[in-house]
Design a protein around this ligand. Structure first.
Ligand SMILES: [Zn+2]
Length: 476
C-alpha cells in the first residue's frame, strides 16, 4: 500500500462529508411525434420533479403520468395548469390540431390542414411552473418534418433532435410540421421558410422574392452589412379567400425570433412586392427582446426602419416613405386621447391605440437618429445603437437609453428620448418633418430642396451596408 496517499484520500473523503453534493438540475426530454392532425407528446423527467405544470392552450382529453403511485390521469384546470404527485417520471398527452383548425385558424393554437400545420410552441409544450434557469431541455421529433426556430440535427434511425436551455422552453416561438420548405441565403444568414399547405394564386417563387427583398432591406439597416442572425425561421400560412397580400404577421421572442405571416390566397405579385408586413416583422429581428415589454421601443424601431429600409434599398421613393411618416403622424395623433406616449403604451391593449404608439415610437427613433448623426458629424447613427444592444438577447428600455448615451457620448436620451415619452404625443413631429423638407402626406408628399436638415435626411436615406469586416455596433 502506498501510505503516502492516505492524507490526500482522507482529505477527499472529508470534503465529501462537509457538504452534500449539489442535486443534478432538472432535465426534460420531449418526444414529439407529429402525426396527421395531432401531436403526440411524451415528457421524460429526470431530477427534482415539479408538482405543477402548465400549457398555453387547453387540450381535449387527459394527460397521464407515470408516478411512484402508479399511472395517474389528470385534466387541465381553468388556468391551464395540472398537478401530479411527487416523483412523476413520464407525462403523456395528445394535442389535437384537427379539431381546432376545422373551426378556427390561429397562429397561436393552430393553423393549416391535417398533414401540414403550425402553432405556437407554448401552446403544446407542457412545462413546469417556475422553471429553473439551469433546466436542461431536449426535443426529439419524429413524424411530419419539423420547422422550429432552432437548427435541428438528424437522429440516427430517423427524426430530429436539439438541445435547448430553459429560456427556449419559456419562449419557444412558432413550430411548423409537414411544411413545404425553402432556404433563402442573405449575407451572414439565411431565412428558413416553410409554407403551410393551402391555395395561393401566385407561385412559391413570387412569395420568396417578397421575403428575399425584405431580408435584403433589413441588411441595409445593419452597420456590418450582414444579417442580424445566422438563421431566422419564417412560416407562411395561406389565408383562404383573402385578397390582401399579408393580412396579418407576428414575431415571437424565441432566441432567435421566429416570424409567421398569413399570405392572401388571391394576392398578386405586384401587391406582395408593395406590401409592408414582411419588412415590418423582419425589422423586429434587428433588435433584442425588451422586458418589460415597451411597444414604443420595439414597434417604434420596426416602424421607423420599415420606412427607412425601403428607401435605402431603392424599392420606394424617398418622398413616398417620408409621406408615410407624415401619414403616421396624422393617424397616430387621432388616437392620442390627450395622453403621452408612455401612458398610451401602458394602455395599448385597453385603448387599441396602436397607430399612436407605433408612429409615436417611430418619431422618437427619427429624432434620435438625426441627433446622433448631427452630433457625431455622421459617424454614429441609430443603426449602431441597435446593433450594439442586439447581441444581449434581452434588454430593458433603460439599457437601450444607456446605449444611446454611450454612443452619443452625451446625455442624449434625457434631451431627446424622454421628452417624446412625456410631452404631448408627437408634438415634435411637425417641426421634424418641416426641417427634413417633407411637404404633404402619403403618396402626395414632396420633398422641398434647401430644408434645414436636408443633408441629414439624405444621409438617412443613403446609408448603405458597409464592409462586412466592420464590427457590429462600432461607429464608422
Ligand atoms: Zn411590430
Amino acid at each position: 500500500m502506498n501510505w503516502g496517499a492516505i492524507p490526500a484520500l482522507l482529505l477527499l473523503a472529508c470534503a465529501g462529508c462537509a457538504s452534500a453534493p449539489a442535486p443534478l438540475p432538472l432535465a426534460l426530454t420531449y418526444r414529439i411525434d407529429a402525426q396527421p392532425g395531432a401531436l403526440e407528446v411524451e415528457v421524460e423527467v429526470s431530477g427534482p420533479c415539479p408538482a405543477e405544470w402548465r400549457l398555453g392552450q387547453p387540450i381535449a382529453g387527459e394527460l397521464s403520468a407515470t408516478t411512484p403511485e402508479g399511472e395517474v390521469r389528470r385534466r387541465l384546470d381553468r388556468r391551464r395548469r395540472v398537478h401530479f404527485p411527487p416523483g412523476a417520471r413520464r407525462v403523456r398527452y395528445r394535442y389535437a390540431l384537427a379539431e381546432r383548425t376545422r373551426t378556427y385558424q390561429s397562429l397561436q393554437a393552430g393553423a393549416g390542414g391535417a398533414r401540414s400545420y403550425m402553432l405556437s410552441g407554448s401552446s403544446y409544450l407542457l412545462r413546469p411552473t417556475g422553471l429553473a434557469a439551469d433546466t436542461q431541455v431536449r426535443l426529439e421529433l419524429r413524424g411530419l418534418e419539423p420547422l422550429l426556430p432552432w437548427a435541428l440535427r438528424e437522429r440516427e434511425g430517423g427524426g430530429h433532435e436539439v438541445e435547448l436551455a430553459a429560456r427556449d422552453l419559456l419562449a419557444p416561438g412558432h413550430h411548423g410540421f409537414g411544411l413545404r420548405r425553402h432556404s433563402l441565403e442573405t449575407p451572414g444568414g439565411s431565412l428558413e421558410v416553410g409554407f403551410v399547405e393551402g391555395d395561393l394564386d401566385v407561385s412559391d417563387e413570387v412569395v420568396l422574392s417578397w421575403l428575399r427583398q425584405a431580408q435584403r432591406e433589413v441588411v441595409h439597416c445593419r452597420p456590418s452589412g450582414r444579417a442580424p442572425h445566422p438563421r431566422i425561421q419564417v412560416i407562411l400560412i395561406p389565408a383562404s379567400g383573402s385578397w390582401e397580400p399579408a393580412p396579418f404577421g407576428r414575431v415571437l421572442w424565441s432566441y432567435p425570433q421566429s416570424v409567421a405571416l398569413y399570405v392572401g390566397e388571391h394576392a398578386s405579385a405586384p401587391e406582395l412586392l408593395d406590401d409592408w408586413t414582411a419588412i415590418h416583422e423582419l425589422c423586429h429581428t434587428l433588435h433584442p427582446r425588451v422586458v418589460p415589454r415597451r411597444a414604443w421601443l420595439t414597434e417604434g424601431l420596426a416602424t421607423y426602419y420599415q420606412c427607412v429600409a425601403r428607401i435605402r434599398s431603392g424599392r420606394e421613393s424617398a418622398a413616398r416613405m417620408w409621406g408615410a411618416m407624415a401619414w403616421g403622424y396624422e393617424a397616430g395623433s387621432g388616437e392620442a386621447n390627450g395622453l403621452n406616449l408612455r401612458d398610451l403604451d401602458r394602455r395599448l391593449r385597453e385603448l387599441h391605440c396602436y397607430r399612436a404608439v407605433y408612429w409615436g415610437g417611430a418619431f422618437l427613433m427619427l429624432e434620435l437618429d438625426l441627433e446622433l448623426r448631427r452630433r457625431s458629424e455622421g459617424r454614429v447613427t441609430l443603426d449602431h445603437v441597435v446593433a450594439r444592444v442586439l447581441p444581449k438577447g434581452r434588454i430593458t428600455s433603460k439599457d437601450f437609453a444607456a446605449a444611446v448615451d454611450a454612443l452619443a457620448e452625451s446625455p442624449l436620451w434625457a434631451e431627446v428620448g424622454r421628452p417624446h415619452l412625456e410631452e404631448a404625443l408627437m408634438s415634435r413631429a411637425p417641426e421634424l418633418l418641416a426641417r427634413l423638407g417633407v411637404e404633404g402626406v402619403g403618396r402626395r408628399a414632396t420633398l422641398a430642396a434647401g430644408a434645414a436638415d436636408e443633408a441629414l435626411r439624405r444621409a438617412i436615406e443613403g446609408d448603405q451596408a458597409v464592409s462586412p469586416q466592420a464590427e457590429p455596433g462600432a461607429p464608422r
